[in-house]
Design a protein around this ligand. Structure first.
Ligand code: GLN
Length: 481
């Protein structure tokens, strides 16, 4: 084979495997070889599933040889964030508290990937229970950025972003509660998409903040993300928050271009993005204008309250969701004199520092005397944010912002200051509170030659417009190369 399959897109791999021109086993071996070479320094994975993947790839090739079609992701190597349940395969959330736990079922996204012919190569590292923006909060050690191993890959889905950036997997899945797909995608120079809340089933995704969590793809191209979402999206009766209607194909939307598309610039966006990031954002506006879009000014006044509201709502939901890890039903148990003491010592030993901080914040926000003042108030702010966005989307089809205020930062740079870490998500969080979709598309480089991502936001089920804008930015970058 002349072209290494790491250099092919998922769309190309699937087409090659389905037509018999590529063997799924060869595609897989090339990705496993990359893992052998670089995983030691990157640490994208909690678990590499080489044997299971080899068997799956061989089965795909056998299906093709027998004249069957293995599906739209035939032979595509995929990596899964380790907070998605895989039947009989450890699912750790990068926490000691789930030590030894093997889910008795597959998440819906996992079943859909398997049914489409994808080959799972491993489970990727994350900030413990997806709480963080650097993957430094993993109980198993940090993941390193493939572009510069002295820097973080972003988080919490840092392992999934790094796996695609390093060529360990063609595509991967992450989860995004406040930015955990888009921010690491930006820092690792790949495409990352958080769909509309309810677009992708959360069945089998270990819950962090249930009203905000969404699963989405990391890919090298916008088209590959469209393909992934066409496969994993759509109604699932196992998730009561799943949108009941069928979704239009995003692959089909890509060809439509951006002629006449209204692209909004938020004039009251919170400040704080570095100059190199702002410069790339301006270049993105220019590129979309040149491609035929109209740039319009909009205001989203409540945008700047997003971070504050999020750090009440997300910890509140987390404190409730994480109550189930009590040493009785899952994973770790540290024995003690009686049951109550056992709960305490198990949770003390099993949870890391950031997770404990969130549990305490959330418990406080929900406590009897403070519920209305904190949690109740945050819910009202959440409504204001959604309303402000809705008004902006009467004037614009999509909005453009930075994804992350900075390029990838060095390890330890924000370690002793939780608030500095929380600020990484100042541009991504409001979207989750509104339930809207967002994506990050690589758009050149900034300080130190490190990748910069531009964020495209859209209203509820605005994925087709968002993908059209993303594809246009990608084309502009291709032309600029
Ligand atoms: N960094 C944010 C947090 O720590 C968002 C995480 C996420 O999206 N899972 O909560």
């Amino acid at each position: 084979m002349s072209t290494p399959t790491n250099a092919l897109t998922a769309v190309q791999i699937a087409a090659g495997v389905r037509s018999g021109q590529l063997k799924a086993v060869d595609v897989l071996e090339q990705h496993l070889a990359r893992i052998d070479t670089r995983e030691g320094e990157i640490h994208a994975f909690n678990l590499v599933l080489a044997d299971q993947a080899r068997a799956a790839a061989a089965a795909i090739d056998a299906a093709v040889a027998a004249g069957n079609d293995p599906g739209p992701l035939a032979g595509v190597p995929v990596a899964l964030k380790d907070n998605m349940c895989t039947h009989g395969v450890p699912t750790t959330c990068s926490s000691k508290i789930l030590d030894g736990w093997k889910p008795p079922y597959d998440a819906t996204v996992v079943s859909r990937l398997n049914a489409a012919g994808a080959v799972t190569v491993g489970k990727t590292n994350l900030d413990e229970f997806a709480m963080g923006s650097s993957t430094e909060n993993s109980a198993f050690g940090p993941t390193r950025n493939p572009h510069d191993i002295t820097r973080v890959p972003g988080g919490s889905s840092g392992g999934s972003a790094a796996a695609v950036a390093a060529g360990f997997a063609s595509v991967s899945l992450g989860s995004d509660t406040g930015g955990s797909i888009r921010q690491p995608a930006a820092l690792c120079g790949v495409v990352g998409v958080k769909p509309t809340y309810g677009y992708v089933s959360r069945y089998g995704l270990v819950a962090f903040a249930s009203s905000l969590d969404q699963i989405g793809p990391f890919t090298n191209t916008v088209q590959d993300s469209a393909l992934l979402l066409d496969v994993i999206g759509g109604h699932d009766p196992m998730d009561s928050t799943s949108i009941p209607a069928a979704q239009p194909s995003l692959m089909a939307a890509l060809d439509q271009g951006v002629e006449g598309l209204r692209v909004g610039r938020i004039t009251d966006l919170p400040e704080g993005a570095d100059p190199d990031v702002v410069e790339r954002l301006e270049a993105a506006f220019d590129a979309l204008r040149a491609a035929g879009a109209t740039i319009v000014d909009v205001q989203v006044p409540a945008f700047s309250y997003g971070l504050t509201a999020y750090y009440l709502i997300a910890p509140a939901e987390a404190s409730s969701n994480l109550a189930r890890y009590d040493g009785v039903r899952y994973g770790l148990r540290v024995n003690a004199a009686d049951t109550n003491a056992m709960y305490g010592v198990t949770r003390a030993a099993g949870f890391g520092e950031e997770v404990k901080r969130r549990i305490m914040l959330g418990t406080y926000a929900l406590s009897a005397g403070y519920y209305d003042a904190y949690y109740g108030k945050a819910l009202k702010v959440r409504r204001m944010i959604a309303d402000d966005f809705d008004r902006a989307y009467q004037q614009a089809d999509v909005l453009l912002t930075p994804t992350s205020p900075t390029v990838a930062f060095p390890f330890g740079a924000k370690g002793d200051n939780p608030f500095a870490m929380y600020l990484c998500d100042v541009y991504t969080i409001p979207t989750n509170l509104a339930g809207h979709p967002g994506m990050s598309v690589p758009f050149g480089t900034g300080a130190g030659g490190l990748p910069v991502g531009v964020q495209i936001l859209a209203g509820t089920l605005g994925e087709p417009q968002m993908f059209r804008a993303g594809a246009a930015l990608e084309r502009a970058m291709g032309a600029a190369k």
